[in-house]
Design a protein. Structure first.
Length: 110
């Protein structure tokens, strides 16, 4: 919990010493990832509404990461790779999240 969520919903990554979003600086618009760090920072603090307000897809990506962690731990414990159906499911879910990231970005541009 090193990143302190920015109340504006953007710019939390700067508390980690990273520069401002280049797309936002150069073009004055949000990039598809704007709000993700704020979303995760709020989510780990249990502030689900604030996390979703910053980025709904950031929340989805966080939950997907938990699923990926589950698959990794399962693989390590069982000593075998995830089943083809688990890999297929994980792949399609990630593709869906990526499409939603683009959709959320286009929505927030307006």
């Amino acid at each position: 919990m090193f990143a302190t969520p920015n109340a504006s919903g953007l710019g939390t990554h700067q508390s980690l010493g990273l520069p401002p979003c280049s797309i936002r600086v150069l073009f004055g618009i949000r990039c598809p990832m704007c709000g993700m760090t704020t979303s995760w920072a709020n989510l780990v603090r249990g502030q689900v509404w604030a996390a979703a307000s910053a980025s709904v897809t950031g929340c989805l990506l966080a939950f997907y990461s938990l699923y990926a962690l589950f698959l990794a731990v399962q693989s390590a414990v069982l000593g075998m790779l995830p089943s083809p159906s688990q890999v297929r499911t994980a792949t399609w879910v990630l593709i869906g999240i990526q499409l939603l990231i683009v959709a959320e970005w286009l929505y927030r541009l307006n």
